[in-house]
Ligand binder design. Structure first.
Ligand code: DOR
Length: 437
């Protein structure tokens, strides 16, 4: 086989790499699975490209070329609920959504609270269409009662711990989790909703929940959980990451904590910056049932303000597949969650960029270098020598969300039927094209 100077070249795209401060038209050069350069066209480059075969050149004219997107909040359902998603199908959905790295949550069956299950997931993820990083559980079986063997989990490569789906209700256990995580230099990621205040709640507490007669999960449950954990982060000095933040008061609290110099970070989901609880009264759609719930317009705006001023560091999907059978029931019987990997980019473009809240560089930062830094992941930039994980985005492509086009095994998206703008065109993982529209 002929060896070429480059294995793959992405030419003529608008390259945006917030980590490098790079935002211009350039060529991305790849060799042996690594980035070897991001260069503007020169006579030397032209000469070097002369012998490269056509099929090794991707023309990205009118496209954006960004570091492979990273989603730090994904439920892959394997082991245990492979009918809803497998590691393979989840990674295929990730690639179609433009994500090259995803972090999977431990609420599987069995739960990812031990080395064997971590290794099982890592093994299954090997050679899939995305890199999978594992979050281990904070407590055994996510029961909130006894700490998992955190050192064991770290030694096999978990990048963070979380009991996602559940709040660590016992403050002493949470404090010890933070202390251990500090010893191992990993963040604790918290699903911040007080259990007692949420008990049995199925939607945001508001006029809508009263009108519909649906048991509420109040915004104050998130506020209290966030305030308590900020205090614990302050006292331990550990790194605390708040998952899927949804309320104005929580955003305000995190903003103040950051100003005080406490080591906290946060993420927000596309559904929380797009939808409100008003939607639940408009149509019967159990895909609108999520935890934390969709909030009010004021909360949604506060989340957007948090994204704008950097209080919220990451955009993460909380991709939560559930089968049609599971969601085909009364609203308050439906499991919480919606899929998100394949609609994220379109919602970011349509809701944040087109409306003037974020520019592309800021949006890309929240899906690349910010999550990479918080969880110490290898990607997030196109710097030379880094893995060639790259997303080519068609920024103005208008497309309709259709159930039959999802690569995910589950179709539980409330966005089906919606027109979006912006979509991944090509996804490259370690120099290999894993998705091409
Ligand atoms: O809506 C949700 N679904 N929120 C969570 O925290 C868990 C997730 C799931 O696992 O389905």
């Amino acid at each position: 086989m002929t060896a070429y100077k480059y294995d793959l070249v992405i030419k003529n795209g608008q390259v945006i790499d917030p980590a490098l401060g790079f935002g211009k038209k350039a060529f991305v050069l790849i060799k042996d699975g690594l980035i070897v350069g991001v260069e503007q066209e020169t006579a030397t480059l032209k000469k070097n490209l002369k012998n490269i075969p056509e099929d090794k050149i991707i023309d990205a004219s009118d496209m954006l070329v960004v570091p492979g997107l990273i989603d730090v909040h994904v439920h892959l359902r394997e082991p245990g609920r492979e009918y809803a998603e497998t590691i393979e199908s989840g990674c295929r959905a990730a690639a179609a959504g433009g994500f090259t790295s995803i972090c999977c949550m431990p609420n599987t069956s069995p739960c990812i609270d031990n080395q064997e299950t971590v290794k099982f997931v890592q093994d299954r993820a090997h050679n899939s269409d995305a890199r999978v990083y594992v979050f281990g559980a904070i407590t055994k079986n996510i029961e909130g009662k006894e700490l998992a063997e955190i050192g064991d989990l770290v030694s096999v490569g978990v990048v963070a711990i979380t009991d996602d789906g559940h709040y660590v209700q016992n403050p002493d256990i949470m404090r010890r989790a933070l202390q251990y995580s500090k010893m191992f230099n990993i963040p604790v990621a918290q699903h911040a909703e007080d259990d007692f205040l949420c008990a049995g709640g199925m939607m945001n507490e508001s006029f809508q929940s009263t009108r519909l007669g649906i048991k509420p999960r109040p915004a104050v449950a998130e506020e209290i959980a966030v305030l308590r954990d900020i205090a614990l982060a302050r006292v331990t000095g550990a790194r605390l990451h708040f998952q899927h933040i949804t309320t104005k008061r929580a955003v305000d609290a995190i903003r103040r904590a950051k100003q005080e110099g406490i080591s906290v970070t946060a993420e927000a989901t596309p559904h929380h910056f797009t939808l409100t609880d008003d939607e639940i009264g408009k149509e019967f759609n159990t895909n609108l049932r999520v935890n934390p719930p969709l909030r009010t317009a004021e909360d949604r705006q506060a989340v957007i303000e948090g994204l704008i001023d950097g209080t919220i560091d990451c955009i993460a999907t909380d991709h939560a597949p559930h089968s049609e059978e599971e969601k085909d029931c009364e609203f308050d019987q439906a499991p919480a969650g919606m899929i998100g990997l394949e609609t994220c980019l379109g919602l970011v473009k349509s809701q944040l960029i087109d409306k003037g809240y974020l520019n592309w560089a800021d949006a890309v930062r929240k899906m690349t270098i910010n999550p990479a830094r918080i969880f110490k992941l290898p990607g997030g930039t196109l710097a030379s020598g880094r893995p060639a994980d790259i997303t080519v985005i068609d920024p103005n492509r208008k497309w309709k969300v259709k159930a039959e086009n999802f690569k995910s095994k589950s179709k539980n998206s409330p966005f089906i039927g919606r027109m979006l703008s912006g979509q991944a065109a090509v996804t490259v993982l370690g120099g290999r094209v894993v998705y091409k529209r």
